[in-house]
Design a protein around this ligand. Structure first.
Ligand SMILES: Cc1cn([C@H]2C[C@H](O)[C@@H](COP(=O)(O)OP(=O)(O)O[C@H]3O[C@@H](C)C(=O)[C@@H](O)[C@H]3O)O2)c(=O)[nH]c1=O
Length: 182
């Protein structure tokens, strides 16, 4: 398992070593030790699992405000997503910049997302299942979002006509978003 830097400080692609044999494969899907070797100390407390039935389901962009902000470790166990993070740390040199990567059942890549990022993904095949760890419990009171299609962000999603929840259709633009990360 190795961690690959991205264009956003603190965001890593986690590339597992996949051991294929005649039975199938074996992979270490999480290693606390590997994260510690990179100076990342995290206590994951909740695992989430979602199914998106169609290609073009877009969930996001989501975050929880401090003090309930979440680090997330995303992976895909069936299908594929385009996974996107947006830097919402006001004093960051990359504030307002985004990064995207394909996570799939086939590549088994994971995305490690620190606190201070909004996050969303769009499925690129049907019946996509995503599993992720978070280090803070769900808190509806701290839940916030940013409109996925905000032109100021310039995110190149795989579709211009995604399937969205009612909640995700009504998030504010980035410039109006409620953000308490420094
Ligand atoms: C996120 C979450 C939702 N729920 C409930 C609330 C609601 O009734 C139902 C569906 O919630 P949502 O519509 O918010 O689910 P979803 O749109 O999949 O939300 C997720 O999107 C991705 C992009 C993320 O980054 C996650 O942190 C999370 O915000 O599940 C929980 O019980 N616990 C949780 O941790």
């Amino acid at each position: 398992m190795k961690l690959i830097n991205t264009t956003l400080d603190g965001v890593f692609i986690v590339e597992p070593t996949i051991h294929y044999d005649e039975r199938g494969f074996f992979v270490e899907s999480y290693s606390k030790q590997v994260l510690l070797e990179h100076g990342i100390e995290v206590n994951f407390v909740q695992d989430n699992h979602s199914l998106s039935k169609e290609a073009g389901v877009l969930r996001g962009l989501h975050y929880q405000l401090n003090p309930k902000a979440q680090m997330k470790l995303m992976r895909v166990i069936s299908g594929a997503i385009y996974d996107v993070v947006l830097d919402i740390r006001r004093n960051s040199p990359t504030f307002g910049r985004w990064f995207g990567v394909i996570l799939s059942e086939a590549n088994k890549r994971q995305l490690l997302i620190p606190k201070g990022f909004a996050h969303g993904f769009c499925t690129i095949v049907e019946n996509t299942q995503v599993i992720y760890k978070v280090d803070e419990y769900y808190s509806p009171h701290h839940e916030r979002g940013i409109l996925w299609a905000d032109e100021d962000l310039g995110i190149t999603w795989p579709t211009s006509n995604p399937i969205l929840s009612a909640k995700d259709q009504n998030f504010p633009l980035f410039k109006d978003a409620d953000i308490n990360f420094v």
